[in-house]
Write a protein that binds this ligand. Sequence first.
Ligand code: FAD
Length: 281
Amino acid sequence: MSQERRYSFEFFPTKTDAGHEKLLNVARQLAGYNPDFFSCTYGAGGSTRDRTLNTVLQLDGEVKVPTAPHLSCVGDSKAELRELLNTYQSNGIQRIVALRGDLPSGMGMASGELRFANELVEFIRAETGDHFHIEVAAYPEAHPQARSFETDLNNFVRKMQAGADSAITQYFFNADCYFHFVECAEKLGVTQPIVPGIMPITNYSKLARFSDACGAEIPRWIRKQLEAYGDDIDSIQAFGEEVITAMCERLLQGGAPGLHFYTLNQAEPSLAIWHNLKLPR
Ligand code: FAD
């Protein structure tokens, strides 16, 4: 793999055996592209604790791609976090994605002892020293709960100063917001890589719902075009592939240190972009 750029694929742990089998097949297919790592999400409040752990150990041990568990602090006690960190460390896991997380609705108020991701980064460093490469989340369009772009940027810098090694962004559809964010972070002294998170476009209604919730703006010209396709999935996917490929080309040409694909447990949408970009295998 390229020395300067890193490429990674993200999965979510599934609820059913059939879903898990499909996830493993997708992961085996993507492993053939020699990514730098996989990552696997974590349900805040520990709702996927065992499934995330099992999936990570299987992807790392059997599919043989270094795999990073996501870990969120919002609903977990320090003791629970410590136990998970120890398990990952003793199983040879070396990278972790440290998050605050969002408690699913119905789970009540956050009960964790750590309130924000910068506190989780500090906790991981205090517990495990330099063992883990720590990734954190970045929001080029600002986190949806942030009072302002500037406040959120300062909070991002706090996470990097707490000991994060690199960051992965929330997805976006506008390369300029990424370059602006990186420039602002660098002005505040951030030197660690900030890797764009890439969401392939495959289903308009789901994407629109999710984007509203996580604060990712779908530009009007993309939204209008996708709406016009209605149920024509093939056209949505072809247009989405073209738009995302063009954005990734700009990101890489502009110096992005790699790409992190939100696969949603599917191989083809990310691979179509990978092939269009002629990324190394
Ligand atoms: P933080 O960095 O803690 O920020 C959360 C909010 O609090 C922001 O508005 C920030 O400005 C503010 N803030 C931060 N620090 C402070 C502070 N010290 N004092 C006051 N305010 C502060 N969610 C999951 O549940 N599971 C996952 O596996 C998962 N994976 C993700 C992976 C990536 C790459 C990304 C981008 C997001 C992921 N998320 C995941 C979503 C994420 O958990 C949510 O966006 C969550 O709302 C914020 O998490 P964070 O780690 O960015 O929080």
